[in-house]
Ligand binder design. Structure first.
Ligand SMILES: *Cc1c(COP(=O)(O)O)cnc(C)c1O
Length: 243
């Protein structure tokens, strides 16, 4: 395994991360048991934004296989520094079309596809790189009340899903959402699951539901989430930067 130990306290950091991972896996197992779902039905994506590549290496050493990032510049550097760890990189943040070339160079899954222009830009760059990129359509569950988060209006999601499915270098994976602040997460995730079911009726392979973070992963798993995106419960508090 590559990745030099980052310093004398790496042992402490590694133990802290491994303990956090054990706790998160226990939460996943309990939530799956409560929902009558096998725990293999849920994939954990460790969201490593604002944390160094050395933490990515410690997560990988502890058994994490999937990592997520929300800013291209930071993600690209970390993916380069983590080459050789055999990780699957997920892009979960808002995307400017001029970042698509870079993003498709490391990301296997893009969770934040929310407009047609982005679908075409991703397809163009994925083709150019001879890559196949799995895309999730991000749904705005806040009805426009949380514009910093991105996401398409629910009514526009089926057409975006069709557009992704029609692109040769893209593969429709399913849907993604962030629960709106101060809303009941159970209700938000239930509406996402309902929409996911409608998309799956037309696209049976699009079975991914990316929902649930550190604070609400139980509610997401209860509603059928297949991929949870967990940052702070694994790595600790981030500096308070708008994410
Ligand atoms: C930061 C982030 C997460 C992880 O959030 P935590 O609350 O730290 O678990 C998940 N999804 C997205 C889109 C994020 O930006």
């Amino acid at each position: 395994m590559s990745g030099a130990p980052p310093g004398p306290r790496a042992g402490d950091r590694g133990r802290r991360i491994a303990a956090n991972l054990t706790a998160v896996r226990a939460r996943i197992a309990a939530a799956c048991a409560a929902a009558g779902r096998p725990s293999q039905a849920v994939t954990l994506i460790a969201v490593t934004k604002h944390f160094p590549a050395s933490d990515v290496a410690l997560l990988a050493a502890a058994g994490v296989t999937d990592v997520g990032e929300n800013r291209d510049q930071e993600a690209a550097a970390k993916a380069r520094a983590s080459a050789g760890l055999d990780l699957t990189w997920h892009f979960v943040g808002q995307i400017q079309t001029n970042k698509c070339r870079s993003i498709v160079s490391y990301a296997t899954v893009v969770h934040s596809v929310d407009r047609l222009k982005l679908v075409h830009a991703l397809d163009r760059e994925a083709r150019r790189a001879d890559r196949k990129v799995r895309c999730l359509v991000q749904v705005d569950l806040a009805g426009g009340a949380d514009p910093g988060r991105g996401g398409a209006h629910a009514a526009d999601v089926p057409a975006l899903a069709d557009a992704v499915a029609g692109c040769g270098a893209l593969e429709l994976g399913g849907v993604m959402a962030v629960a709106p602040p101060r809303a009941d997460p159970a209700a938000a995730f239930a509406s996402l699951a309902e929409l996911a079911g409608r998309i799956r009726a037309d696209h049976p392979a699009a079975a991914m539901i990316s929902a649930g973070m550190s604070a609400d992963l139980e509610a997401a798993i209860a509603a059928g989430s297949t991929h949870i995106r967990v940052g702070s419960a694994l790595l600790g508090d981030r500096r308070p930067v708008v994410g």
